[in-house]
Write a protein that binds this ligand. Structure first.
Ligand SMILES: [Zn+2]
Length: 361
């Protein structure tokens, strides 16, 4: 069977399907509005569905859409989960399954990676005491290439420019250690982490404790697209390769899919990631945080799409063909139209969540 139809055509359809199925399954349902509207003036909310005990000892969390447009995929996994796998599922004593739908509802609705303030939310969760300041050493050198102050162009020789910039600024490792790390000095630039806690940060800060409670064990899967080989996934973790948790996660989820910060691997070091923040918030809890990255296209194609869409957002006219093209690039990079890809990643996502449930409960 194909799971491709679990993908919705827009944020509102996704939200409605999620909420309606969650209701059918008897979930406790919550909504948290943000102060912005969608393209047709609709309200935007982060939605939470919970199936399980009110004071659980073990919790599986599945979150989608921290990177807005990547929510098409994450939501599809959650919708398919509710529609199919949870139909006959009854939670064991002491357990709770928590689904966080559209952590970045604005980005999902407007098909951006970032939120209403151009914040990359997975760079916004700085730990208490950390300042929303600073940038990787070479971000300034790369700024003119990453963030041109002009509308996008579909006929620009992007690849040639990219290769030239890579050679000029220290190679691929310089790119990898600069662009995705998170910066706090260029509000209109890529990978901007914000100048303070975002709305999503505030919602999670206020409510995550209600959902996790006094649980002793958590497995949190945060669903993403865009990194790794097409239609496969990796589970990125921030722990070191020799830590006990890494060994345990590799044993439970597969040594070939769990990846630590190996300089040669898929993962890279970031500031303000959601995972470390969640772990710091529950120091007594065995909080396992897995960033599940499902591959789409090459890294350079991703940078091209993000860069073009960001130019369109800040410097273009929305209806200009080059801006429409730029938005399509990012949509295709984040949620390819290919039905075989869609079906495959949802199927793998379902198995991953099932694995988390088996491992945790
Ligand atoms: Zn992502």
């Amino acid at each position: 069977m194909s799971y491709a139809n679990a993908f919705s055509t827009n944020y509102f359809e996704a939200r409605n399907r999620f909420r309606s199925l969650a209701r059918d399954r008897g979930c406790r349902l919550f909504e948290y509005p943000i102060d912005h509207l969608g393209p047709d003036g609709e309200k935007l909310t982060l939605d939470v569905a919970i199936l399980g005990e009110a004071n659980p000892m073990k919790v599986v969390l599945v979150s989608s859409g921290i990177h807005g447009v990547e929510g098409f995929f994450g939501s599809a996994v959650q919708v398919a989960l509710l529609e199919e796998r949870l139909k006959t599922w009854s939670y064991p004593p002491g357990a709770s399954l928590v689904l966080l739908h559209a952590l970045n509802p604005y980005g999902f609705a407007w098909r951006r990676r970032t939120n209403e303030e151009n914040i990359d939310l997975n760079r916004n969760f700085l730990l208490p005491g950390e300042e929303y300041k600073g940038s990787p050493d070479k971000y300034g050198d790369w700024d003119a290439f990453f963030n041109p102050t002009s509308p996008p162009s579909g006929i620009e020789p992007f690849l040639i420019k990219a290769i030239f910039s890579i050679l000029r600024h220290g190679g691929m490792s310089s790119l990898k250690n600069t662009l995705p790390v998170g910066q706090y000095d260029y509000p209109k630039g890529l990978f901007f982490g914000g100048s303070g806690p975002s709305k999503t940060y505030q919602i999670l800060d206020a409510h995550l404790s209600e959902w996790v409670g006094n649980a002793t064990d958590v497995v949190h899967i945060d669903l993403h697209t865009g990194l790794g080989r097409k239609a496969t996934y990796k589970l990125l973790i921030q722990e070191s390769a020799d830590s006990k948790r890494t060994q345990w996660l590799k044993e439970k989820f597969g040594a070939d899919v769990v990846e630590t910060l190996d300089p040669k691997g898929t993962a890279y070091s970031i500031r303000g990631g959601l995972g470390k923040w969640c772990q710091a918030k529950f120091p007594q809890c065995n909080y396992n945080f897995l960033t599940a990255e499902f591959g789409t296209y090459s890294v350079l194609r991703g940078i091209e799409a993000l860069r073009a869409e960001n130019r369109a957002h800040f410097w273009g006219q929305p209806k200009d063909p080059s801006c429409v093209w730029a938005r399509q690039q990012l949509m295709e990079f984040s949620a390819p139209r290919d039905l075989a890809w869609r079906s495959s990643v949802v199927s793998q996502g379902l198995d991953l969540v099932q694995r988390a449930i088996d491992v945790c409960f």
